[in-house]
Design a protein around this ligand. Structure first.
Ligand code: MN
Length: 289
């Protein structure tokens, strides 16, 4: 049975700035798309293609903490560098994904990579926040630097395009990301006239973003930057594109636990949030210049 579409949302009217390097449209959370409705996903910020222009100053977000969840950065265009308090650092280039488990607490900073900054050019990124179940919230911080060549690759029939499987399983092809709960994350690139069909478990919360182009999803049109929320009914999803299009498909088994959030901390109770804030203030998340 076809997975039913609950609603198609247009891109939010105005972007917001995260630091001075990320000009993002926030698709959720909001009053309708609550963190429970889209669980295990907590937040989606989309830096739709934008050229910040050449700069010697490295635009971005300075040192800040995270605790209790994971941040996933998907680079489509442009390059982002990062450093964290566990000593990890790296660059996320187009096609790469950084999957950072903040777990028990981490400090990091994220900014435009130096050479990219100097040249300027199109910048297109998505950052997702993925919740951790209570039993894993205090896991050791870690990250998975997944490069474009490591993605699970599915070449679609009839020159329809390709699917980069970041996490989960697309038509039997697994993705490289390790997740704490079942999550599918598919970077779909359809050619002119391309089409695919896949199935997502009925129990998963499922959403889709048209990063570029326009597609037909289970018979309904979704234009550039539209966001599709599926009902938890049915399993089959068919996507077709008349012109070249890029789609991000996300699904996951909901984590049915209380959510307590204060900015970059996402725990289960207010008490745990107070603890997180105190740990951050007393330097327990480490040091980062
Ligand atoms: Mn961050």
């Amino acid at each position: 049975m076809k997975k039913q579409i609950e609603r198609i949302y247009s891109r939010p009217a105005r972007p917001g700035m995260v630091g001075d390097g990320f000009r993002v449209f926030n698709y959720f959370p909001n009053a309708e798309l609550t963190q429970h409705r889209v669980s295990p996903f907590l937040l989606m910020d989309f830096n739709a293609e934008y050229d910040f222009g050449p700069s010697d100053h490295l635009r971005g977000v300075d040192v800040h903490p995270h605790k209790g969840f994971e941040t996933v950065t998907i680079a489509y265009k442009g390059s982002v560098a990062h450093h964290d308090s566990t000593g990890n650092s790296g660059v996320i280039n187009p096609g790469d994904v950084q999957w950072m488990t903040a777990g028990a607490g981490i400090l990091h900073k994220e900014y435009h990579e130096k050479e990219f900054s100097k040249k300027g050019g199109p910048f297109e990124m998505i950052q997702l926040w993925v919740n951790l179940p209570a039993k894993n919230k205090l896991t050791n911080p870690q990250y998975q630097a997944i490069t474009a060549d490591q993605m699970g690759k599915v070449t679609l029939a009839d020159n329809s395009g390709i699917v980069n499987v970041i996490a989960g399983t697309f038509n039997e092809q697994k993705g490289p990301a390790t997740t704490f709960t079942p999550v599918n994350m598919f970077d779909i690139r359809l050619n002119n006239g391309g089409k695919l069909t896949t199935t997502i478990p009925v129990t998963h919360n499922t959403v889709l973003l048209v990063v570029n182009g326009e597609v037909t999803v289970n018979g309904e049109k979704a234009g550039q930057h539209d966001f599709v929320l599926f009902k938890n009914e049915g399993e089959e999803i068919t996507i077709s594109a008349e012109k070249g299009s890029v789609v991000l498909l996300l699904s996951g088994e909901p984590i049915n636990e209380p959510i307590a959030q204060y900015g970059p901390f996402v725990m289960n109770t207010q008490r745990e949030l107070q603890d997180a804030f105190q740990e951050f203030q007393s330097g327990k998340f480490g040091v980062l210049d």
